[in-house]
Ligand binder design. Sequence first.
Ligand code: PRX
Length: 641
Amino acid sequence: MPYPYQIKTLEQYHEEYKKSIENPEAFWAEIANQFVWQKKWDKVLSYNFTEPKIEWFAGAQLNITENCIDRHLATHGEEPAIIWEPNNPEERTRIITYNRLHKRVCQVAQMLTNLGVKKGDRVCIYMGMVPELAYAVLGCARIGAIHSVIFGGFSAQSIADRLEDAQATFIITCDGAERGSKNIPLKSVIDDALIGNKLVKKVIVYTRTRTPVAMLKGRDLWWEDEMDYAEHQIEKNGVVSFPAEPMNAEDPLFILYTSGSTGKPKGVVHSIAGYMVWANYTFINVFQYQPGQVHFCTADIGWITGHSYIIYGPLSAGGTSLMYEGIPTWPDAGRFWEIVDKHKVNILYTAPTAIRSLMGFGLDYVKNKDLSSLKILGSVGEPINEEAWHWFSQHIGKGNCPIVDTWWQTETGGIMISNLAGVTPQKPAHATLPLPGVLPVLVDENGNILEGNGVSGNLCIKQAWPGVIRTTYGDHERCRTNYFAAYPNLYFTGDGCLRDAEGNYRITGRVDDVLNVSGHRIGTAEVENAINMHSGVVESAVVGYPHDIKGQGIYAYVIFEGSHHEENLTKQDILQTVSRVIGAIAKPDKIQFVSGLPKTRSGKIMRRILRKIAEGETSNIGDISTLLDPAVVEDIIKGAQ
Ligand code: PRX
């Protein structure tokens, strides 16, 4: 049996779950023993959720790249680690074997060392979905540098903020990125982000699109040149290798920025050993991965899903990960199905927003594709509605593929609540049961734990699991107040949740001011701050509303007092401002100009009212008697979009 800790029956799930909760140390020690350690741990787990201070496998030393690459070389060095499908279907597919991946990651490690990158340095990676992005991530891990991948859709201003927060000293980027019919000029965005930055020493540029770029003497270097040079340095008798730096189990592996309900995005920090074990365990169990299968996770590596289920999960399992450069609808809405057919994909893991959008194009794009290789389907990032679930099951899975509805977050490192494909029961639109190691509790507003089934409340986790967030970079207090302060001794997820009569969990959505737009997490405060940067804007309030494809859309109420107020043009200006400050993903879908916002006497905006109006509710607004100026509501309803 290739994965001794792969759960095969419902009965076994219950046994393993019980063990994991009653004796987590013994449970995880047995699993961790399957990995390569340079030194074993002194203690499996010690933690408190008050500071918080969480340590898994303390005293151990390891390098995650030995677990993701080196240990597979002897047995299946010539098997594909990554299958890369380009944006343009006419272009050649690239197959990267484990031997090749090893070579490239060693070259990156040497290249970074040549440039002066040291253990613990923060390296920002801003690239399109090319194999070199995976090499860059793993090359950092090989030498113990902390990678911080930034999604290619964020603006120069967003990148500048992240560089500053992470105190990053090196950047790896591309000249440009291909996405559908678009060419995104990544290097030029980086140039803008670096205006005024004094910390970044080197920018390495990989050539993808042959877009002309400015190369600053002394700072900017070509990936190709540096990689060639590194190869010559470390090649001996035709073999290229670079020793994996011994790392402490709790050393940080990466920082990934994500939005919260207040202020700027925060840098979620994951540490090496716990994250590795969690990404691997969840990958093998949820997807029931079998050696040789092709796993296609459609996420971007700029998000946690790509980190855990394109790179670290599949590679730590010695699996084959399909990485796709483009978008679902280019050159047409059949692209995913074509990729499944072409590469005989066995596991397809995607987001409800993609399913809903492809559903809308009809079945013509599915009809002539052979999808018979598919064994398991997965959904992530937002609640999946029943219609999309059934369409996915029937038309893509042909009624034969279990669907895993996986609930988790950037902060949890890997999947937390999900059925195990074909092993534990599935229920449309329900994430179902917690994975071993995960102890969910529901609490009411006063922090009382709700016992029994058939209850709903705020979702918290009571016990430390290996993949839990360790800190927010540079600001531990923020980590405490965001996640560990709302309820004593509990990790608070920010999600509302229902536990049905059988004990299945159903996530109902965020209970804080965080939106989930096409599976992307966006803080309302962030969007408001961006809108308020426009010179004519006095104040704004942003709420979410149900959107057929995106799950949630962004609705902005704006008080505008600028000159030359021509409504349509001003709306465009505001959208442009948001694109500049955050990125196109945060552009409001609707903007309504208002003369005032519904505020209480103490000056607090009553978002409940704004949400109702955005949802199209005009008659049943609820109590407005505590408002400073109730008449404002009437005006807003009249102008609603
Ligand atoms: O609200 C939940 C929603 O996405 C949030 C986490 O977003 P992010 O950190 O960007 O990570 C997304 C990928 C893991 C959660 O707080 N969410 C995620 N998965 C599901 C979900 N909501 C319902 N069902 C899911 N399966």
